[in-house]
Design a protein around this ligand. Structure first.
Ligand code: FE
Length: 144
């Protein structure tokens, strides 16, 4: 899906509920987490770009996806840093860094410091926060 402009996005919870599936709504708008090893994109090995299921913003690339063994799609870098926001989350006594879509504010997952080289980061992202787009090599290879 082409990225939506900010003013085309729903402004209320009710509006988001209509636009998203219940699974997407739970992750993106209620900061939920899908059970491990259940997400549809966990084992996706196709080459392309992962966009926000809420607004279509480009977030991650197949180029930096890796098998973390955690049960969630994992990336060691973002694809377009302009579209990703990080935010300290101390919700569960444990301090974690939340990963959000900058355009629609949707919750995507968390980032940890135990990822592979070259970044050492592990972006642990819910499948239901993402949509996969098969794109030509020129596109997914190039970081923006
Ligand atoms: Fe978004």
């Amino acid at each position: 899906m082409p990225p939506k402009k900010k003013d085309e996005l729903p402004k209320t919870d009710a509006g988001w509920k209509v636009k998203l599936t219940p699974g997407q709504y739970y992750i993106l708008r209620e900061k939920g987490t899908e059970p491990p090893f259940t997400g549809s994109l966990l084992s996706n090995k196709a080459k392309g770009v992962y966009v926000c299921a809420g607004c279509g913003a480009e977030l991650f690339s197949s180029e930096t996806k890796f098998e973390s063994g955690t049960g969630w799609p994992s990336f060691y870098d973002v694809y377009n840093s302009k579209n990703v926001e990080l935010h300290k989350d101390s919700g569960f006594l444990m301090e974690r860094v939340e990963v959000l879509c900058k355009r629609c504010g949707g919750h995507l997952g968390h980032v940890f410091d135990d990822g592979p080289k070259p970044t050492g980061k592990r972006f642990c992202i819910n499948s239901d926060a993402l949509l996969f787009q098969k794109t030509p090599k020129e596109k997914w290879q190039k970081k923006r």
